[in-house]
Design a protein around this ligand. Structure first.
Ligand code: SAM
Length: 269
């Protein structure tokens, strides 16, 4: 869809793009074609799309896939989307809706809910995701060192292969957002390293990165309320940690895994 088509269709539907719904519609035909091509759809694939909007990606995907499920929150857009053949429309909030079974997920996501949506997506068993995010968020998803390396990066690295396929300038959307975007490939895989206790691993990572400027030693001792009743024991364990004087961003996901194992071995019963 070209920009003028998007403007006239929105006006016909009586829709004023809402910031609250992250409504920025893709108006660059070449980019929408590339996004669908990255997913390499075949007639065996069931595709899930979150926030189909005016169906720029949807209309291309229904021709290539076995079936496309679209979850759209905006009722007026749903009325419009109902006319697309081979689309199974689910009217509702993607964070609250139970996802259907799908092989691939292709979406230009509502950026305001990128993080919870990504974790929800990763709870599912699927082959491949091609997802558009705010560029800054995509950089945090894929970083394995430096300033963008974060708890999000570690959480994703543990669950999936993740890389930026291309960056997308803001003028590829109507209305033009404040930030650039990026298309990300997400390919679930077995964890690249083993941890003793996954829930403890994620708790360790989240606790450490919530104070990313602090040395590991101080984070663990000062902030980890859960272990307050184990303070003496914690002090002893922390003293013995080889990376105690480093900051979390200086440790690879694997090293964070080793660290959480030491804690799990000593504290989790
Ligand atoms: N896919 C379209 C495109 O590329 O032009 C629209 C993308 S726009 C960035 C995000 C879309 O997600 C909008 O259609 C918006 O109404 C929808 N949306 C926002 N929040 C949602 C939610 N919680 N659940 C489902 N859809 C949502």
């Amino acid at each position: 869809m070209e920009k003028n088509d998007v403007i006239s269709t929105l006006s016909f539907l009586g829709i004023k793009p809402s910031k609250h719904f992250s409504q920025h519609f893709l108006v660059n035909k070449k980019i929408s074609e590339r996004i669908v091509n990255y997913a390499q759809l075949s007639k065996n694939d069931v595709v899930l799309e979150i926030g189909p909007g005016l169906g720029v990606l949807t209309k291309k995907m229904v021709e290539k896939a076995k079936n496309v499920f679209g979850i759209e929150k905006d009722k007026k857009l749903c009325e419009y989307l109902k006319k697309i053949p081979n689309l199974t429309l689910i009217e509702g909030d993607a964070l609250k809706t139970v996802f259907p079974k799908f092989d691939k997920i292709v979406s230009n996501l509502p950026y305001q809910i990128s993080s919870p949506l990504t974790f929800k997506i990763l709870e599912h068993d699927f082959k491949l995701g091609v997802l558009m995010y705010q560029k800054e968020f995509a950089e945090r998803m894929t970083a394995l060192s430096g300033k963008d390396y974060s708890r999000l990066s570690v959480n994703i690295y543990y669950r999936a292969e993740c890389k930026i396929l291309e960056t997308v300038p803001k003028n590829a959307f109507y209305p033009v957002p404040k930030v650039d975007s990026a298309v990300v490939l997400l390919k679930p895989r077995k964890p690249p390293f083993i941890v003793e206790n996954e829930s403890n691993f994620f708790k360790t990572v989240n606790a450490l990165f919530s104070q990313r400027r602090k040395k590991i030693k101080n984070s663990l001792l000062n902030k980890w309320k859960k272990f307050a009743d184990e303070k003496d024991k914690m002090e002893q364990i922390v003293e013995e940690l080889k990376d105690k004087n480093k900051r979390p961003e200086e440790l690879s996901p694997e090293e964070l895994g080793e660290l959480s194992d030491v804690i799990a071995k000593n504290i989790i019963r």
